[in-house]
Design a protein around this ligand. Structure first.
Ligand code: NAP
Ligand code: HSE
Length: 434
């Protein structure tokens, strides 16, 4: 059979790793697919940059959309990133020509997934995106194909390698937030704009895709409640450790009586839970379904891990594997009912910086009781670095609640703030317990 001719836009961390992997694994890929997989044309911004890969004999395009339309490629691979043009225009151009597309771009799929799927269905092109969710973990195929006979109740996990890497190093080595972020960028884990990672949007993009695959619903990224890790301090991670927890940025989607709850936020999980032990750039995705419950764990970011998923998709294209983008025709994907975050129920960690005067603890306890919130523990801590007299002005109070509602917690905190006993923004971290 003739070679599969690849046009690849984006030669950064992932693009360069894909070229290296295709070269390194050429023999085995041929044996598995019966075809050679050859990069014949590329696009990026800077033609002069040394990318550590041999591009001699490969056609260069300034414009990725032109590359996508090149009639002499069999598949278009989009590894530029970004939810809009040129990634969007190039993917649409390829799909409209009936050309298969492979992408790692979760921002694009979370925003335009349904439109792209419609275009793909109309032209008969396939759209492959295993690398868009959880790097090297094959969760897209698992949900779309392997678990097709299941009714999924919940899909959740650690979906951002950058944040998990940062939280691990902050907790274990007491390294500052900024230093951990810089290292994650150096290692090629972070997005081009790392605020997508640390503010939770990257996790939300991935969760939106997983929710669609798991529940047969239209991608609904706007329905996701999103909080990132920017506000977490070393003090919070240390307090969590003292209390027997690890803090993880989790993405959770679950079926509830009122609809599908989708949320992304830092979560305290008991240290003995397997997910608490998932550290560094590793991701984990748990699926709870009626027939099967499973957890997949693996590298969530980085050149090689992501290239592994892209090359897997290319092997599918070479073999002629295709199917509905989100597992079923777009027209049959349901509009999801949204479960509002205020209804969320669980335990809470609340850290308050309070005015250290008589009556403060009583005020806090009263406001909690007014909302029917039962406290598992209440601890007053001296702020870091303050001793003796200096510590008397401000105190840290850490509350751990039994299961309660988000609504009740928000109202209690607002009342405590209105009472004038706190002197900084409260910190709230949701807790998952046995
Ligand atoms: P990256 O290192 O920033 O590389 C982006 C590449 O796209 C660069 O080669 C850049 O060209 C090119 N590019 C950007 N804008 C362009 C434009 N307007 N026209 C032509 N080329 C353009 O990004 P990356 O980390 O490889 O990520 C690529 C994609 O994979 C993103 O969608 C990302 O979300 C996704 N992803 C990344 C990882 C990871 O661990 N890094 C994991 C999973 C998924 P120049 O090099 O010339 O500037
Ligand atoms: N920036 C992303 C992460 C890349 O850190 O998880 C993988 O999608």
């Amino acid at each position: 059979m003739s070679d599969l001719k690849v046009g690849l836009a984006g030669l950064g961390t992932v693009g360069a790793a894909v070229i290296r992997m295709l070269e390194r694994r050429a023999g085995d890929l041929f044996a598995r697919t019966g075809r050679g997989i050859k990069v014949v044309a590329v696009a990026a911004r800077d033609r002069t940059k040394d990318r550590g890969v041999d591009l001699s004999g490969v056609r260069w395009y300034e414009d990725p959309v032109e590359l996508a339309r090149d009639p002499d490629i069999d598949v278009f691979v989009e590894l530029m990133g970004g939810s809009d043009d040129p990634a969007k225009a190039a993917v649409i151009a390829a799909l409209e020509c009936g050309r298969p597309v492979v992408t790692a771009n979760k921002a694009l799929l979370a925003k335009w997934g349904a439109d792209l799927a419609r275009i793909a269905e109309a032209s008969g092109a396939s759209l492959h995106f295993e690398a868009a969710v959880a790097g090297g973990i094959p969760i897209v195929k698992t949900l779309r194909e392997s678990l097709a006979g299941n009714v999924v109740e919940r899909v959740s996990g650690i979906l951002n390698g950058t944040c998990n890497y940062m939280l691990t190093r902050m907790a274990d080595e007491k390294i500052s937030f900024q230093d951990c972020l810089a290292e994650a960028q150096r290692l090629g884990y972070a997005e081009a704009d790392p605020t997508f990672d640390i503010d939770g949007f990257d996790t939300a993009h991935k969760l939106a895709i997983l929710t669609s695959l798991a529940f047969g619903t239209q991608v609904d990224a706007d329905a996701i409640y999103v909080e990132g890790i920017r506000q977490l301090t070393l003090e919070d991670l240390e307090a969590a450790d003292d209390l027997g927890y690890k803090v993880k940025l989790l993405g959770v989607a679950l079926r509830t009586e009122t609809g599908i709850e989708q949320r992304v936020h830092p979560t305290m999980v008991p240290k003995h839970w397997p997910i608490a032990q998932v550290s560094g750039v590793t991701n984990a995705v748990a699926v709870d379904a009626d027939a099967v419950s499973l957890t997949l764990v693996g590298p969530g970011a980085g050149g090689d891990a992501t290239a592994s998923a892209v090359v897997g998709d290319l092997a599918d294209v070479a073999r002629g594997v295709a199917g509905f983008v989100f597992g079923m025709p777009v027209a049959t994907l349901m509009k999801p009912e949204r479960a509002p975050m205020q209804r969320h129920e669980g335990g809470y960690y609340i850290r308050l910086s309070v005015v250290n005067k008589p009556g403060t603890a009583a005020t806090i306890a009263r406001r909690m009781a007014d909302e029917g919130i039962s406290l598992e523990s209440i601890v007053q801590r001296r702020p870091e670095g303050q001793q003796g007299e200096a510590a008397q002005g401000t105190a840290r109070v850490i509350l751990i609640t039994y299961a309660t509602s988000e609504e009740a917690v928000r109202r209690a905190i607002a009342a405590i703030e209105a009472d004038g006993v706190v002197n900084a923004l409260p910190q709230v971290i949701r807790i998952e317990k046995d």
